[in-house]
Design a protein. Structure first.
Length: 260
């Protein structure tokens, strides 16, 4: 994990937990053990008051190739196949339920469930050499679960072209269509990811947790329901200790001191 903030303890902002997919020989495939490990690592520090950001990165030239196809052969039964897909769905939804922002740091190819992982993160920063694809259709296994995340991150026709053809998006195309947040040269990827993490850490953890949860609740609602719900949340936000502190600090023209 990386500590974020000045060395002076008075301005320590917390830490960034970095999870590294580290099976490059298997192209960081989301095997059942990898998914179990990823779930465990996502939850590891979740109750820590100091945790501010989680970054998901990877070793090797492939960020993540998706499911391990050896686990999906006829040698395994339907029960095992269901276990793989159900755990994958659990991990993807867990990312959005966590109280801190999750950043995908992508340097290489992200395909199928690997592309789904990127789409499921709150923020995605990619190197300019990265590519994104859902090529399951080419091997007779349509990327239906990745389509859930893609369909919520990309324009429908762009998502469907990816799903129907299996053709990859370049990093710049992914940026243009909203699959990733930023594209930077490979040698700037660490720096840019840390810059975003540092900026997040300047805000109140409790306020960010409330905001993240609210965002994902309202995004599936109709306009009137979303405004009704978020109006109440804004009022609730003002009752938080950090909500009060932020307003007072602004009026007094000073930096807020968050309680988190």
């Amino acid at each position: 994990r990386s500590e974020l903030g000045d060395r002076n303890p008075a301005v320590f902002h917390g830490f960034c937990s970095t999870i590294v997919l580290n099976n490059p020989r298997r192209r960081n495939a989301l095997s059942l053990p990898m998914l179990q490990s990823l779930r465990r690592d996502l939850l590891h520090d979740v109750k820590s008051r100091e945790l501010r950001v989680i970054v998901i990165a990877a070793e090797g030239p492939v960020f993540c190739s998706g499911h391990d196809l050896k686990e999906l052969s006829n040698e395994d039964d339907v029960k095992h196949h269901s276990q793989v897909f159900e755990l994958c769905a659990e991990v993807m939804t867990l990312i959005q339920k966590l109280p801190v922002p999750v950043i995908a740091k992508v340097n290489g190819l992200a395909t199928a469930a690997g592309c789904q992982l990127v789409a499921s993160c709150d923020i995605a920063v990619a190197s300019d050499k990265s590519q994104f694809a859902t090529p399951g259709v080419n091997i007779g296994l349509f990327c239906s679960t990745p389509a859930v995340a893609l369909g919520r991150s990309l324009p429908r026709k762009v998502a469907l072209e990816m799903l129907f053809t299996g053709e990859p998006l370049s990093a710049q195309e992914a940026l243009m269509h909203g699959l990733v947040s930023k594209v930077v040269p490979e040698d700037k990827l660490d720096e840019e990811t840390m810059k975003i993490s540092q900026k997040i850490c300047e805000s109140s953890k409790s306020v960010l947790a409330l905001g993240k949860a609210t965002f994902y609740r309202q995004i599936t609602q109709d306009l009137d329901t979303a405004y009704k719900m978020t109006t109440k949340v804004m009022v609730d936000n003002l009752t938080l200790r950090d909500g009060q502190e932020g307003i007072e600090a602004f009026i007094q023209k000073r930096k807020p001191v968050w309680s988190h």
